[in-house]
Design a protein around this ligand. Structure first.
Ligand code: KIV
Ligand code: NA
Length: 279
């Protein structure tokens, strides 16, 4: 498969072919995503919850993100890679954001960075892109701001709210982002925003009118214990947790009953050597 570049993404967008994006947080999850033909792989700060067991994304620190980015980068041969700037590493000033973005490229080994925010982040996006680092925007629901938003709520549900999403999206585009994540907005609003833009929207909980889609890999593969809350927009395409659980239970039972290891799982020794040893 040919390496996906910004040029590839642009031509997919021009053709109207949806851009496929999935998150990954380590070598195996990136390897499978890349091999399965994803156009982009995002090292989302959602790894705080799905890989590190944290309560929300505000807890994950820069060094942790960089470690996970490096492992993803090693596995990703074709997909275009994105690292998610964690809370606290880019909001203070465009200079702080550029410093962080440079670390993602140099140490994280990803090809672009993502940051949350609309209008107010335009100078920051401009600063990073002017240094030659592609930026993926993120508007609509921005989880790092959950406390200010009053939780994980759908954005753009009123005409005023929808106008804010559109203005944010236009500002992010104007600032030089190559695409943007559009999270948790009504499908009609997302479709209209997508129509008004000249760069791709990557939807999550934003309906079918976006230029691409992104999902968190552990959500869509079903790699989580039963009973966990799933947002409405997630489609569970697999049962990775169930399959792992079944395999580990079978292993446990076979060890307890001495069915495993069987003779075919052991190394041979010649009769002569064995007799000499036994003497
Ligand atoms: O952190 C993440 O996984 C994300 C995507 C869901 C867009 O930001
Ligand atoms: Na994120």
């Amino acid at each position: 498969r040919k390496k996906v570049t910004l040029g590839t993404l642009r031509s997919l967008y021009k053709k109207g072919e949806p851009i496929t994006v999935i998150t990954a947080h380590d070598f195996p999850s990136a390897y499978v995503g890349d091999t399965a033909g994803m156009d982009m792989i995002l090292v989302g700060d959602s790894l705080a919850m799905v890989a590190l067991g944290m309560e929300d994304t505000s807890e994950v620190v820069l060094e942790e993100m960089l470690l996970h980015c490096r492992s993803v980068a090693r596995a990703t041969k074709a997909a275009f890679t994105v690292g998610d700037l964690p809370m606290g590493t880019y909001e203070i000033s465009p200079e702080q954001a550029l410093e962080t973005a440079i670390r993602f490229i140099k140490e994280g080994r990803v090809q672009s960075v993502k940051l949350e925010g609309g209008k107010e982040m335009a100078p920051t996006i401009r600063k990073i892109t002017s240094a030659g680092i592609p930026v993926l925007g993120h508007v609509g629901l921005t989880p790092q701001r959950q406390n200010a938003l009053g939780g994980f709520r759908v954005q753009g549900k009123t005409s005023k709210g929808a106008m804010k999403v559109l203005e944010d999206a236009l500002a992010v585009q104007e600032a030089g982002a190559y695409a943007m994540v559009l999270e948790a907005v009504p499908a009609e609003v997302a479709a209209l925003v997508t129509e008004k833009l000249s760069i791709p929207t990557i939807g999550i909980g934003a309906g079918n009118g976006c230029a691409g889609q992104v999902l968190v890999q552990v959500d869509m593969t079903g790699n989580f214990p039963p009973g966990r809350f799933l947002p409405k927009f997630v489609k569970k395409y697999g049962d990775v947790w169930g399959e792992s659980f079944r395999a580990i239970e079978a292993y446990r039972d076979e060890v307890k009953t001495r069915q495993y290891p069987a003779p075919e799982h052991t190394y041979p020794i010649s009769k002569d050597e064995l007799e000499a040893f036994q003497r």
